[in-house]
Design a protein around this ligand. Structure first.
Ligand SMILES: *Cc1c(COP(=O)(O)O)cnc(C)c1O
Length: 410
């Protein structure tokens, strides 16, 4: 950069007043003590009671009544026939891909815009992540772009589809419901069917979200949830595999519990398997949290509405609104800067942090990370644009209450 252009861009930056953004966020967060974290859990008497019950009864590990209870509560809310509790979301994705028949050297299609765990799980399975573009319609994988890309690179071979550029089999597609906003699963499902791809939903961010009235996590052959500390419901660490397929569920349970055959004392195992089941003590926390889910989704939707209002007349940035036909859990609220203001993103993040607001940028797109730089990919113009000008704002459910208090005071 020449001295002159450096100076010119400084002048441009200085011309944009960031104060109105801070004021709009302040109007939403009210008197909430600073700093305000991006997403925090809340625990109460019920969480304490159920976790203590595990300790008092000695049932803390990977067997116990809370695991079953937690699975039943989650299956019911999501609308899935079966739920299998797993030690975390990444392990659940790993196991789900293996259970769907993903083999070493297969390719698995996924959006470049996702948390790194989605790509890591593909790698853990020995497969190769193949990155696809996203759409502003949902923030998730773009079914139209996926179809166009596969038309260009996929060829039929031995009853399946192969990437003609790499010779590897195209096995599965993993749509991710980004920040709780559902992917258009009808369009995605049609493309997957056309190319014989298994659909494994990464629904880790979307528990409580629905699309056309149907719960996220019930569209693919199987789906995965996460109960990490920053998710809408937490078990400390935890995950879940959802499926409607009875045999698949049975195998998932077996495969994630060291494939031990049920017997009063004998240790018989019938395949190489994983120790991936969720401990009872974590499930107990999950049971207490699930009792709050409905209220938390309502609070998060209320907070989102407040953010939408605060930025509705804003000249150069808007809050992302849920896609048509969707009821999003609004896991994380997203501020989208106008294209001309993308260069302000990092200054704005610094200003927000300086103001005690723990905002963050979108994840670095997967194809820009060193270990995934050489992976196959579609054109990723939207993914790069999205990551350049989106900012996540604090979205804990209890912040809706802070806003209510503030509104009453005004
Ligand atoms: C949280 C998350 C995961 C992984 O879940 P962990 O429980 O943290 O392992 C996977 N994919 C996405 C998109 C996530 O947000």
């Amino acid at each position: 950069m020449t001295a002159l252009s450096a100076q010119a861009s400084d002048i441009n930056s200085a011309a944009v007043d960031l104060q109105p953004v801070l004021a709009a966020v302040d109007a939403v967060l009210g008197a909430q003590p600073r700093p305000v974290e991006l997403h925090e859990p809340r625990f109460g008497a019920r969480e304490r009671e159920l976790v203590l019950d595990c300790i008092d009864t000695n049932w803390v590990s990977s067997a116990g009544q809370y695991v079953t209870r937690f699975e039943q509560m989650v299956a019911k809310v999501a609308g899935a026939r079966h739920a299998v509790a797993i030690v975390n979301g990444t392990a659940a994705l790993h196991a789900a891909l293996l259970l769907e028949g993903v083999k070493p050297n297969d390719e698995v299609l996924l959006p470049a815009i996702t948390f790194v765990a989605t790509a890591n799980a593909v790698s853990h399975a020995g497969a190769v992540p193949h990155f696809v573009d996203s759409t502003w319609d949902t923030l998730g994988i773009d079914p139209v772009a996926l179809d166009k890309h596969l038309e260009a690179i996929a060829v039929q071979r031995d009853g399946g589809w192969v990437n003609r550029q790499t010779g590897r089999r195209l096995r599965a597609v993993v749509p991710v419901h980004i920040f709780g906003h559902p992917v258009d699963m009808a369009a995605l499902g049609a493309v997957a069917a056309k190319y014989g791809l298994v659909v494994v939903e990464d629904a880790t961010e979307s528990l409580g979200s629905t699309w056309n009235g149907q719960g996220c996590g019930t569209f693919g052959h199987s789906a995965v949830l996460s109960f990490n500390g920053n998710k809408i419901v937490t078990t400390g660490g935890g995950g879940m595999i959802l499926t409607d397929d009875d045999d698949h569920a049975r195998h998932a349970r077996h495969f994630t519990s060291t494939a031990k055959k049920s017997h009063a004392w004998a240790f018989e195992h019938d395949e190489v398997a994983y120790n991936y089941r969720l401990p009872n003590i974590n499930a107990a926390l999950g049971c207490a949290q699930m009792e709050r889910l409905e209220g938390m989704v309502a609070a998060k939707r209320e907070l989102a509405e407040r953010y939408l209002q605060a930025f509705s007349a804003f000249p150069w940035a808007k809050i992302y609104r849920e896609p048509k036909g969707a009821q999003s859990n609004y896991w994380l609220n997203t501020l989208v800067l106008d294209r001309d203001y993308a260069a302000e993103r990092d200054r704005l993040l610094a200003a927000l942090h300086g103001h005690g607001i723990r905002a963050r940028p979108l994840w670095t797109p997967m194809h820009m990370l060193p270990m995934y730089r050489d992976c196959p990919r579609a054109p990723l113009a939207v993914a790069e644009d999205m990551s350049a000008r989106c900012i996540n704002l604090p979205s804990s459910p209890f912040l809706a209450e802070a806003g209510r208090t503030n509104a009453n005071q005004r």
